[in-house]
Design a protein around this ligand. Structure first.
Ligand code: GRF
Length: 202
């Protein structure tokens, strides 16, 4: 399966996926394209170091969001991309990108959805005072962190935690889980029936 990873930021999940592929833990998935909306994103350097071709498009160079996404879709289709993996891509996806890739876009979010959607889920969890939070991989639909859940991992909130220490354990859980989900997807082990994703116990 030909995978495009989208990222706007640090790229730690992207790096973890590259590492998983190198180590043979990504199933039949091949990361063949990196897509970013931010030239200054550190994730771009990871792509360069790993020799992954990069599509860098700035939304402000396009007349609207639809035009921007249409340009992305054209390139994805040209390259025969099977699956889009969002890894800290900080934009809502519109139907222009969603329709041709319906059910074939994954996102990872640093909470146990539906708790704490949106920005700064880790800060939200700390502020709320939950004892348990975690990470979620889900199929992307038109909403903000609302699509069908594919897999989740719980992460305990410790009394000694601050945002940095909790984020560190959440990211470790993300890196492990995302590679497993992408591998499962690439091997046809994820079956979607409405909101119910059957994964054979991911
Ligand atoms: C991750 O916490 C992910 O869950 C969220 O954005 C963050 C990206 O981190 N969607 P990184 O760029 O992969 O380090």
């Amino acid at each position: 399966a030909r995978i495009a990873v989208f990222a706007s930021g640090q790229g730690s999940n992207f790096t973890a996926l590259l590492e998983a592929e190198r180590e043979g833990r990504l199933g039949k998935a091949r990361i063949v394209l990196f897509v970013s909306d931010r030239p200054e994103a550190p994730a771009g350097r990871r792509a360069e170091e790993a020799g992954v071709p990069t599509l860098l498009l700035r939304p402000k160079d396009f007349s609207d969001r639809g035009e921007y996404e249409a340009a992305i879709v054209e390139e994805l289709q040209r390259q025969g991309i099977d699956l889009i993996v969002l890894a800290g891509y900080m934009r809502l996806i519109t139907p222009v990108l969603l329709s041709p890739f319906a059910g074939r876009i994954l996102n990872i979010h640093p909470s146990l959805l539906p708790a704490f959607p949106g920005k700064d889920a880790i800060g939200q969890a700390l502020a709320y005072g939950v004892k348990l939070t975690g990470v979620t991989v889900h199929i992307v639909d038109g909403g903000m962190d609302t699509g069908p859940v594919v897999a989740q991992r719980a992460v305990e909130v410790l009394e000694t935690d601050d945002a940095a220490s909790l984020a560190q354990r959440i990211h470790a859980a993300e890196h492990e889980l995302y590679a497993k989900v992408v591998a499962a997807w690439s091997e046809g082990r994820i079956e979607l029936d409405g909101r119910q994703a059957k994964t054979g116990g991911l």
